[in-house]
Design a protein. Structure first.
Length: 261
């Protein structure tokens, strides 16, 4: 299961451990935080094979926990295989003078910035070709893996929600990053691009204050990519071979738990 777990209103420095209900609690931490901070982290964890539940342990003090469901893995390959990029690519950076797409477009309170995912640079679309390689048109991608970072943040209690642009304009009840003024916070994200998507865009909703946004692209989820993959304008493979199991992403993040009082 792919979850985004957030600790909030904590009363002590502590950590959370997440594991399959009914199994032995591991000696590990999935999320570390200090008293009063709101901290999220992406967690990939097995579930109880019967109840599909996970257990969460808090080491010290009291804390509220928010759990958002991103998707799940399965061995049947009924979902999408993961194709990591050979070289991660920065696709957005709103900091003024960054020299990257969306430079100067700092997010204000309640704003949504739509950022394009440059699929044509890496994936085989029908009729597409580029210097250094040819492409099999029989592949489509269903999702992306990115790292999202906020910097130059103002306002306490801020959070960012990232979701597919084709899901509509209303942000889902979920958060990917949480911060207080001055924090620099990052988190990994697995996002659906919709079925058989030839291209994709992400909506990035900022709840309060202002924040600069940095997005780094690490790979794609897709179905049956084949042929030779080359980065436009340069030699070498743009995609590595597919990895392991299949990911079944939701249309967007879904909140499945919130212990807030």
């Amino acid at each position: 299961m792919v979850l985004n777990v957030t600790a909030a209103t904590s009363t002590a420095d502590s950590f959370l451990t997440v594991w399959a209900t009914g199994g032995s609690q591991p000696l590990a931490s999935n999320l570390n935080f200090t008293a009063g901070n709101v901290v999220p982290n992406r967690v990939i964890v097995p579930t109880n094979p019967v109840t599909k539940q996970v257990s969460i342990y808090n080491f010290a003090g009291d804390t509220d926990v928010v759990v958002d469901l991103d998707g799940y893995y399965s061995p049947d390959r009924g979902g999408s295989l993961y194709y990591p990029l050979v070289t991660p690519t920065r696709i957005a950076d709103t900091r003024p003078g960054s020299g990257v797409a969306y430079s100067g477009q700092t997010l204000g309170t309640g704003t949504i910035l739509t950022t394009n995912v440059p699929a044509d640079n890496f994936l085989p679309d029908t009729g597409y070709s580029a210097p250094g390689g040819t492409f099999d048109p029989n592949g489509t991608f269903t999702g992306v893996t990115v790292t999202v970072t906020v910097a130059d943040t103002t306002g306490d209690g801020g959070y960012l929600t990232v979701y597919p642009a084709n899901a509509g304009g209303t942000p889902p009840l979920a958060s990917d990053l949480n911060w207080n003024a001055g924090d620099i916070v990052s988190n990994a994200d697995h996002l659906s691009a919709g079925p058989s998507a030839p291209s994709a865009a992400l909506n990035n909703f900022n709840f309060t204050g202002s924040a600069d946004l940095v997005i780094d692209l690490y790979g794609y989820f897709g179905t049956s990519f084949s042929g030779i993959f080359s980065l436009p304008g340069g030699p070498g493979p743009g995609l590595r071979p597919p990895i392991g199991m299949s990911l079944h992403p939701g249309a967007w993040n879904d909140r499945v738990g919130d212990s807030g009082r």
